[in-house]
Design a protein around this ligand. Structure first.
Ligand code: MOS
Length: 703
């Protein structure tokens, strides 16, 4: 049979709202997650974590536990296979927490000290909880305080420069008509994806086969290969369905533990993290202590912009929460300074969490802008318009496209901003004081090299192979739509295969880079396939396959400031008798390039905004200074927004054409959360006349 792609050419898949192609499987339970896939002879591992914050593990006495029913092995620093943590991976050195059981040192509460493997999960847990671990304890410090004496300027993180500086800061501050100089604080916040981390590992015909839940199977496979000194082609990682992840699902101790155990026991081993274990094993968002200095002329034009942010890291690894990057994109000033500092504490290493940097950074910057607007007597949106940069404020590079003011304009119209009386504390409905606030949002539009293959099958269908990760966002469906337009065929004729490192290397679902990166590779391969099909001839039984690799095209991209932008609007009601804050309305308008699937894109934005609401009002992990561990490290103790907290949220977007861009798609994963906490804090100020510079805005802080 001859397949042509352009008889009755199909167009317009991108931009049409499509439900998830795997949606039915997910809601009927047919979609199986990493911890559910059956294996014959499966054994179960249960991690044992340290209960002290600093010290050494004494030699483990495991005889009693080994004699318990069903117990197959106890792995610990005295007997575990050796691994190599000296490599440099895609995102730099590995976090030492994945170097399981290699030594006796304990750098935080919740460090893995043993893995108990048994016939059943229950037996493994019972034995793990029976195992007595003794420590030689040392004094620890887990207290994150502003201006910590140990604070230092890190070497530049993989994400951003530690410091940028232009102009004469002190001179501009002196010459200004208005100065805002305030400190802002955000707490430690935690990942808790619906599906906790889970991996099953087995040796299969000389290959290591891992079923996992992650944000990038190519990435996890490459890291495991290096860690265990294996040829990359002998490691396969699959991750078909992922029940949520926003920075926490890379390489974690559970995959490494499963690989070690299957290597020792010669049978498949599954390791699933508990909700509590996630609090120390998969990373979290560092608390921040930020200082902002803004200096402006009488009309609100910025003379000085100074943003310093202190965050924490562990004693074993340097991770920077890059909160000060926001102003490098959003605001111009005659003198411009941004700085990150770090404090090393006896705590787990933080990691990326939805809009790493921008989420806490925007709380400080966008609150400070609102404070400046109040001082200058300029409308908050007009103030932002007045300080709109022509080029990157720090880089001097042109923007690929920048429609932040269009977002504010559309948002203001829909929200009814024009009718707003700027004076605080004036609107009251019974016990409730009412206010509105706004904030800008931005997040980088990054891209990473990916490979894809598109096959014309003899039956007239098409198969797309791209090792994308669908972390719940609808990535599989998005690739279906992109391929449909690129092939000019109906999306129903296309099968998209993702989540398998054997599909070839591709970018991770992280940093809002996935859709842009994968779509590029799919378009290239589909374009090539169309050319080959246009030559005519039949389709052989194995089909005709075209492959792509975007590395070269990405290398040829012009250097520019590439970002998504947005404007957040919030209406808050504050109960003057209880201090309760309720968000009544949220509106987010975004400029994020081509929106591939409006249905799932809207969900992404709303999900981000809900996260921002949760950050504004609820989320904080409390560390007990005496033990060094968390108080309430579970979903009862870690408070986050529930359905009843979330109002009807509106999210929409403006036209955002990126001239000359080969893909036209930007990222939308992170930007929904950016600025939301500031918009809510600004609304609380507008309601009450009181500024809240510390998150979350708890009732006891409001009263
Ligand atoms: Mo990221 S914080 O996994 O998009």
């Amino acid at each position: 049979m001859t397949t042509t792609t352009d008889s009755a050419a199909f167009t317009g898949a991108v931009g049409s709202g499509r439900t998830r192609v795997e949606g039915r499987d997910k809601v009927t339970g047919a979609a199986r997650y990493a911890g559910e896939i059956p294996f014959a002879e499966l054994a179960h591992g249960w991690l044992v974590l340290s209960t002290v914050a600093r010290g050494r593990v004494r030699p483990l006495e495991d005889a009693a536990v080994l004699a318990m029913p069903g117990v197959l092995a106890v792995l610990h620093h005295g007997n575990a296979p050796r691994v190599d943590t000296g490599y440099v991976g895609m995102l730099g050195r590995p976090n030492p927490v994945v170097g399981l059981f290699q030594h006796d040192r304990v750098p935080f509460v919740g460090w893995p000290v043993a893995l108990v493997v048994a016939e059943t999960s229950e037996q493994a847990r019972e034995a793990a909880e029976t195992l007595v671990v003794r420590y030689d304890q040392e004094p620890h410090d887990v207290a994150f305080v502003a201006g910590h004496p140990g604070a230092y300027t890190p070497r530049n993180s993989t994400m951003a420069d530690a410091e940028t500086a232009t102009g004469d800061m002190e001179a501009e501050l002196r010459a200004a008509a208005f100065v805002v100089d305030e400190e802002y604080a955000t707490p430690e916040e935690h990942h808790s994806s619906m599906e906790p981390h889970a991996a099953t590992a087995r040796w299969d015909g000389g290959r290591l086969d891992i079923v996992d839940s992650n944000q990038g199977s190519s990435w996890v496979a490459a890291e495991l290969a290096q860690l265990f000194s294996l040829d990359p082609s002998s490691v396969r990682v699959r991750s078909e369905h992922v029940g949520g992840a926003f920075g926490s699902k890379g390489l974690s101790p559970h995959q490494v533990a499963a690989v070690m155990a299957t290597t020792v026991l010669h049978r498949p081993v599954r390791v699933v993290l508990t909700r509590r274990q996630m609090f120390s094993l998969v990373g979290f968002r560092s608390p921040t202590a930020q200082r902002i200095r803004l200096a402006a002329d009488a009309d609100g034009r910025l003379r000085a912009f100074d943003h310093r942010s202190q965050s924490l890291t562990s004693t074993v690894y340097e991770f920077v929460e890059t909160s000060a990057v926001l102003g490098r994109v959003l605001y111009d000033a005659d003198a411009h300074h941004t700085l990150h500092t770090l404090v090393r504490l006896d705590v787990p290493t933080p990691t990326w969490m939805r809009a790493p940097g921008e989420a806490p950074g925007s709380f400080a910057v966008e609150s400070a802008l609102d404070e400046l607007a109040e001082k200058c007597g300029v409308d908050p949106i007009a103030l932002r318009a007045r300080n709109e940069p022509a080029v990157g404020p720090v880089s001097g590079l042109p923007f690929s496209s920048r429609n932040v003011l269009a977002c504010f304009e559309e948002g203001a119209r829909r929200f009814g901003w024009a009718d707003r009386d700027p004076r605080p504390g004036l609107r009251r409905e019974g016990r409730w004081l009412i206010g509105t606030g706004t904030a800008a949002a931005t997040y980088p539009s990054g891209v990473g090299p990916s490979t894809a293959a598109v096959t014309a099958e003899p039956d007239g269908s098409f198969t797309v192979r791209i090792n994308a990760a669908d972390i719940g966002t609808g990535a599989r469906t998005a690739m279906n739509l992109v391929a449909a337009d690129a092939l000019a065929v109906d999306p129903d004729r296309i099968l998209v295969r993702i989540g398998d490192s054997d599909l070839g290397p591709a970018m991770i679902a992280g940093g809002s880079t996935g859709t842009r990166s994968w779509a590029w590779a799919v378009k290239l391969a589909a374009g090539e396939l169309r050319e080959r099909l246009a030559l005519g001839g039949g389709i052989p039984p194995e089909g005709i396959t075209a492959r792509s690799n975007t590395a070269e095209a990405i290398g040829a991209l012009a250097k520019m400031e590439r970002h998504s932008f947005g404007a957040q609007f919030a209406e808050a009601a504050v109960d003057v008798t209880t201090g309760e804050v309720r968000v009544r309305r949220l509106l987010g308008i975004y400029a994020a390039g081509t929106i591939v699937n409006p249905l799932t894109a809207r969900s992404q934005f709303i999900g981000g905004m809900t996260w921002g609401l949760s950050m504004a009002l609820h989320e904080e992990a409390i560390r007990d200074r005496a033990s060094g561990g968390h108080v309430g490290a579970d979903l009862a103790g870690y408070h986050f927004a529930a359905h009843a907290d979330v109002p009807v949220i509106e999210a929409d977007w403006v036209e955002d054409h990126v001239p000359g861009d080969p893909v036209g798609i930007k990222g939308i994963g992170e930007i929904g959360v950016v600025g939301v906490a500031a918009a809510i804090a600004n609304a609380v100020w507008h309601a009450t006349g009181v500024r809240h510079r510390e998150l979350p805005i708890r009732p006891d802080r409001v009263l």
